[in-house]
Design a protein around this ligand. Sequence first.
Ligand code: CMC
Length: 431
Amino acid sequence: MATRSVTITDNVSGKSVECPVHVGEYGAPVIDIKNLYKELGMFTFDIGYASTASCRSAITYLDGEEGVLLHRGYPIEQLAEKSSFLEVSYLLVNGELPNAAQLDDWTHSIKMHSMTHEHLSRFYQGYRYDAHPMSVLAGVCAAVASYYHSTTDIYNPEHRLMTAKRIIAKMPNLVSKTYRYQSGLPFVYPDNSREYVENFMYMMFSWPTEPYVANPVALRAMNLLLILHADHEQNASTSTVRLAGSAESNPYACVSAGIATLWGKAHGGANEAVIEMLQEIGDVKNIRKFVDRAKDKNDNVRLMGFGHRVYKNYDPRAKIIRQACHDLLDSMNLDQPMFEIAMELERIALEDEYFISRKLYPNVDFYSGLIYQALNIPTSMFTPMFALARSAGWIAQWMEMLGDGDFRIGRPRQLYIGAKQRDYVAVAQRK
Ligand code: CMC
């Protein structure tokens, strides 16, 4: 059978280039334009990478039209129901679900790396008490690079795996210290007799004066949120981690770059922005007016937690979180007026022609903040929670990139629209 290809012809020069088409396991085929510049002297132009596949990957697949999300082939619904965050991390990093012995070994190694160097605790003191936690987290995560000079050879697969374990193991510690510094609470060392999620909640919420007893409902909800946020294909922060990594940068600094990107409210920062939006709406009776503003092109208001570059259907993660939010509020007997506003806002938007025609549905961030709120996590800590989960995906994607024989530095081109060449004029002669 003939190999599929696409021929691109320049109708001015008449020159053509035949570009092979690669077909993956799922998803749209991709046109390989590697020879385009060599043959036609042209680049492609695709702001926001709307039609560009930046890499080959075997980690996550999502079908935006059908609302499907698979990690290493496993549907997110099954992982959310049956797995744990630590097991999903293993799956992302290693490619297969672990057997019992492998899971024990993985859990043990993660525990062995849960501490941070004592020095690192002092980094927090350099931040103002009211610094945004994402700013602190990006800083301290990059600072972790300072401690592992002899075990961060990015071309050594064992070092790469060790780095993945360290990132996954230390992130709860880094995030909890961020919260405790902001709240004026003493830092808490990890207690490795507790499992991963419980240990994180313990470091976040225990008091030095009281025994800490974890709430199983809260642990389940947190485990679910971590699984749902663990990876999401080539999103902005993951692409940032890959791009930084492609320059052979230090992996902890690459993850820090991912944290910086995730902070933006078009990305992970949306979970914080959703709560601010619901607070601004304040009452069910104000929803229609707010939705009208989100539709008005002269108003820069958007419905936060709505829309997605890839999903043109209900985000499967949002479906799971919506139900979990219901269950959590019921089981904790919490009356949350904001949940009511969120549900009514969703109903109104989903019946509105503006949102229907643009295929704008609630995304993962629409309901996640409501769960974090029910767990007493302050709004400014929502995006660090996302970062904690996504660090597993970031490091798995970084490892995959470095293990790929075709790996090259990422270096996009541009369409230059600036001034033509001109001569320097001395300041006294300038008008
Ligand atoms: N509210 C109102 N209008 C919207 C929204 C929204 N939330 N999202 C998109 N639109 C409109 C947009 O104005 C445009 O309209 P038109 O065609 O008339 O110009 C159309 O829908 C297409 O939007 P776009 O900006 O071209 O879409 P994009 O793929 O570049 O952006 C997005 C995707 C997620 C940045 C955007 O939908 C958005 O800003 N949503 C709100 C922020 C948010 O919830 N972000 C979390 C994303 S999911 C989790 C994560 O990735 O971290």
